[in-house]
Design a protein around this ligand. Structure first.
Ligand SMILES: NC(=O)c1ccc[n+]([C@@H]2O[C@H](COP(=O)([O-])OP(=O)(O)OC[C@H]3O[C@@H](n4cnc5c(N)ncnc54)[C@H](OP(=O)(O)O)[C@@H]3O)[C@@H](O)[C@H]2O)c1
Length: 583
């Protein structure tokens, strides 16, 4: 039987050391993965070695793998094939330049896959393709009424549940609003002997699995209400519900969005940590409550005895936030490198990778980020700190930051976990984070759980809201600075941090001898001002003076990027930044 291809994640760089981790973990989660590769045969071998196979995995709950060969992201044609995108709803991008030993024995970029061509031009090609492939995809929150409350027939489904059941004297009713726009939950709250009023539905069978939470358009009186929900798992458990609170403004209409994660499992008014996870696909009851208590006996901060009124317009709605259409893995250092520009003093004071910036890699990865951000689709950018050489088995707590201020290390497996988590949560949309392992004593051996990974994004702000946390807007891309002289390069490489990383087997990825058999030529990277960068593992090959020394394909790539930047970025930038982008 042909495996279906629906709601799939298309992975670019799927054969790479990071990409194959992303593929593996997505399949573990049961997702359908389309692995894009330049060479399908190589990809087949890579996946076979990982115990993966095209189609259903041996354990059918472990997802479906499809393979698309001949995908070279530097060639826009190979991205324009409709069959590549069949059934694809999201993209993960983990590509990188290909550095290794060339047939002539020197180190260089294999197959001309320089950072400029892969990280900047290739990623911009993906971003352009996404603009058309995902043009009809929702870019903002969507809502739909799941339980209308605008007719008598709608309200027959509800019943009263006031404190009289436990000897109180409060009373309430759910009635149609006079203007026909919805329903009004109103009554008289009496503290003595009780202190709550409620309206709840009779048995329901609602599948809200496609939503991220519940939305209510309310007009209240300034008090804080509860929305209760009971799922099939709690059907036989009296006094067990999921509860969330929402505030109202006196006499003002507001829409409240309550994501599933804000619902707390409660048993007899106490938080119940042993309760099952909320399963929104089987909602059996919904309820509205005004109570003097929140959870665990804490007082409701916004309630008073006496009359109350809460109008619900339309009814109960479900809402859905867009997930990222693309999760792009780049590198810490790209933003500070753009900020530093030609300031040599600032560069000398920064970490070795920023001092070296081999082949302008940080500039090119940053240009790729800008292409992704400018495409007008929901995105997430995950910037990895220094990758460890192996995926050791020890677990670490992971942490995230914004503004490109941290350095540190992380394994590819961990980066993949964060990238996969980013694909699965709306909380990552529009955000750029740097990630690393926590260095705190005692964090070794502790893994980040799934909610921990989601929290990395929940605590981050969207890029457009950076000033809210006192971060300047992202700097505009700039061309690569002049490479360091050979003397300066030697000095940087002798830095104890570089020595320690090299001793630990870390540093830039260099292809092994076996991987380099397809190598054809070395390419020089840099802008027109670039002179010579030191040969060796961490640097680009010597470069020529001007355009004459640059191969034609690189010139074309450069022209393409410049024109892309001009058309896509210039009009979005403030006037004073334009010079920086196009110079
Ligand atoms: N080393 C560090 O400390 C560090 C830190 C932060 C970020 N990073 C970055 O993390 C990324 C992933 O690292 P990695 O170790 O997984 O790299 P990798 O093993 O070299 O993988 C690179 C992937 O990109 C693919 N690729 C290259 N050019 C392509 C093209 N033109 N079209 C389609 N695919 C192309 C490669 O495909 P093929 O198999 O066909 O060649 C491969 O799958 C890199 O961008 C790296 O720069 C590294």
């Amino acid at each position: 039987m042909q495996a279906p291809r629906e709601n799939a994640v298309l992975v670019f760089g799927s054969t790479g050391k990071l990409g194959r981790q992303i593929v593996t973990q997505l399949l573990e989660e049961g997702r359908t993965v389309v692995a894009a590769a330049r060479d399908a045969q190589k990809a087949d071998t890579v996946f076979e070695e990982l115990g993966l196979r095209v189609g259903y995995q041996a354990d059918k709950s472990k997802g479906i793998l499809a393979l698309e060969g001949d995908v070279d992201i530097t060639n826009p044609e190979s991205l324009n094939r409709p069959e590549l995108w069949a059934g694809v709803s999201q993209v993960a991008c983990a590509v990188g330049p290909i550095f290794g030993r060339l047939p002539d024995g020197k180190m260089g970029y294999l197959d001309d896959m320089t950072s400029e061509r892969v990280d900047a031009q290739g990623v911009a090609n993906i971003a352009s393709a996404l603009q058309s492939v995902f043009k009809d995809k929702a870019k903002s929150r969507e809502t739909a009424t799941v339980l209308p409350m605008t007719s008598e027939a709608d309200l027959v489904k509800w019943q009263r549940l006031d404190d009289v059941i436990m000897g109180g004297q409060s009373s309430s009713a759910l009635t149609l609003a006079a203007d026909g726009s919805g329903a009004v939950f109103s009554g008289d709250l009496i503290i003595e002997g009780g202190g709550f009023c409620g309206a709840r539905t009779k048995a329901l069978d609602l599948n809200l699995g496609e939503f991220d939470g519940v939305a209510l358009e309310v007009e209240g009186d300034g008090q804080t209400f509860k929305l209760n929900l009971k799922t099939a798992d709690q059907e036989d458990l009296p006094e067990c519900t999921f509860q969330a609170t929402f505030d109202t403004l006196p006499g003002r209409s507001t829409t409240v969005y309550i994501p599933w994660r804000e619902f707390v499992a409660v048993k007899r008014a106490r938080v119940d940590p042993a309760a099952p996870k909320l399963d929104p696909s089987s909602v059996r009851q919904l309820g509205l409550v005004l109570s003097r208590f929140e959870f665990n006996g804490l007082a409701n901060p916004n309630y008073w005895a006496g009359k109350f009124s809460l109008k619900i317009k339309g009814g109960i709605q479900g809402f859905r936030e867009p997930r990222p259409a693309i999760v792009f893995v780049t590198s810490a250092g790209v933003e500070r490198n753009a900020k530093i520009g030609d300031d040599e003093t600032a560069r000398k004071a920064d970490i070795p990778i920023v001092q070296l910036n081999p082949g302008g890699v940080l500039n090119h990865k940053y240009a790729g980020e800008w292409a992704v951000r400018s495409a007008g689709i929901p995105y997430a950018v995950v910037r990895s700190t220094g990758l460890t050489s192996e995926d050791e088995d020890t677990d670490f707590v992971l942490e995230a930051s914004q503004g490109d201020r941290i350095s540190g290390k992380i394994s590819r497996k961990e980066v993949a976990r964060v990238a996969v988590a980013a694909l699965g949560t709306a909380a990552s949309v529009g955000k750029t984070v740097e990630i690393r392992r926590s260095e705190a004593a005692g964090d070794r051996g502790k893994a980040s759980s799934q909610p921990d990974l989601e929290r990395l994004f929940l605590t981050a702000v969207q890029d457009r809201h950076r000033p809210r946390i006192n971060l300047a807007p992202l700097p505009a891309p700039v061309p690569p600075p002049k490479p360091p002289t050979p003397e300066r390069t030697a000095e940087i490489l002798s830095d104890e941090r570089v020595q320690a990383a090299q001793a630990a087997g870390r540093g830039g990825r260099v292809r092994s001898e076996e991987e380099t058999s397809a190598a054809t030529s070395v390419t020089v990277v840099g802008d027109n001002r670039a002179q010579v960068s030191a040969p060796g593992q961490n640097g680009a090959q010597p470069q020529g003076d001007g355009d004459e020394a640059v191969p034609q394909n690189v010139k074309e790539a450069r022209d393409w990027i410049r024109s892309w930047r001009a058309s896509n970025l210039e009009r979005k930038l403030p006037q004073e930044e334009k010079a920086g982008v196009n110079s």
